[in-house]
Design a protein around this ligand. Sequence first.
Ligand code: 5AD
Ligand code: SF4
Length: 473
Amino acid sequence: MKTPNLVEARKRTKNPVEVLTDNYKLTEELKKLGLNKAYFIKTYGCQMNEHDTENIKAILEDMNFHEVDKMEDADLILLNTCAIRENAHNKVFGMIGRIKHLKETKPHTIAGICGCMAQEEVVVDEILNKYNWLDIVFGTHNIHNLPNILATSLAKKELEIEVLSIEGDVIENIPVKRDSLYKAWINIMYGCDKFCTYCIVPYTRGKQRSRMPEFIIEEAQNLVNEGYQEITLLGQNVNAYGKDLDINYCMENLLEDVAKTGINRIRFVTSHPWDFTDKMIEVIKNNDNIMPYIHLPIQSGSNKILKLMGRRYSRESYLELYNKIKLAIPNVSITTDIIVGFPGETEEDFEETLDIVNSCKFDSAFTFIFSKRFGTPAAKMVDDVSLEIKNKRLQELNELVNNYSNLANQKYLNKIVPVLLEGSSEKGENTLFGYTDTMKMVNVKTDKTNIGKIVNVKITDVKTWSLDGEICN
Ligand code: 5AD
Ligand code: SF4
């Protein structure tokens, strides 16, 4: 049993990061563990977690488990959890309640928790106290060892916890079962060293570790060969890619090399305004297969709050970068994240956030109420904004943000845009959905034979959250 430790999770050393290429191994015995058994996995949170789930699925299928889409039909239930905000926590604990009921009628069901919540000392303490009927708990650094964790729990018939609070290695040989045949995620780096004062990620995902470029480019090339259309390069802070490697190779180099594989579409998330270089803007502009879409979280428009958040930029420098990108890349769409009700946020600070939204006119924004995460510096700050005011600010901000989303979408009316069609839309029979190069969702009347293709679509109707269109030749 290895349980997480907040103090260890916070540590950063200069110790070199190990690249491990043969850490995932299965014995013949482990390969038989899932024979005639079904698994169900539910994923919460960000793309990083979605992609971890793709690894977990492949590992389980190596063990001969098969996937089912109803929890009730599963012999093994896993929740891949998110710790970013309180409501993510609450959803998971609600689900654990449902699993308990299920286990009462089907006691042989194996149930487990993994992902970011598993990395939290407070959560694992709670599990040990109140939910020790669970079978396995494993952390974000322990995914490759899932077969052994499962085998240990089954042999001992008790809860097995393996959560390492370490800075982390880079493990290169974990298998993957991708959800899509057309779009793929590639991790380019793990962890985060920015330590924004509100954020739990640096504690749950370890220190920033960039993958070596050759592994990333090989993965991208294989995806091209398999017929994939789109790759999204994933990291908490992709612009800082390579800064932890001593090979003088950074995000702009990686973007250029991935572009050379000939993949039709390259995206990348998430960008931190601090590390966005002019050279990167140039590379995005000069490569047709790097999509003109940038997610650039601002978090607040007030310099006082940005400082308290530890964001390392000011509203002025954000605006300068924003305008530089807009000017250099015609047609670019920029989205953002904003937190309201951070400790100490006054009405004037909030007004400054509204003001910067009015200046930037973001294509869209994810907006959140500040949520106290245990162990982060902001959790110790005096949270002096009432819930009522936080809700009021969120609502006001959302109205403004939605206005600009609608305005940005209006520009698409009657335009012809390239859309990668991904699957059946909820909007009716013979309707597919897909995304433009600028990440606008489009519903297109066409048949399923077009799934997986990039087609030209004329936009016929515009809504706040999506566009409607028809294929044109
Ligand atoms: N409270 C509210 N929002 C948060 N985010 C991260 N941590 C918190 C928190 N403690 C938001 C940030 C980040 C996005 C992924 O989640 O806006 O960019
Ligand atoms: Fe969290 Fe800041 Fe790192 Fe993003 S950059 S993951 S907000 S600490």
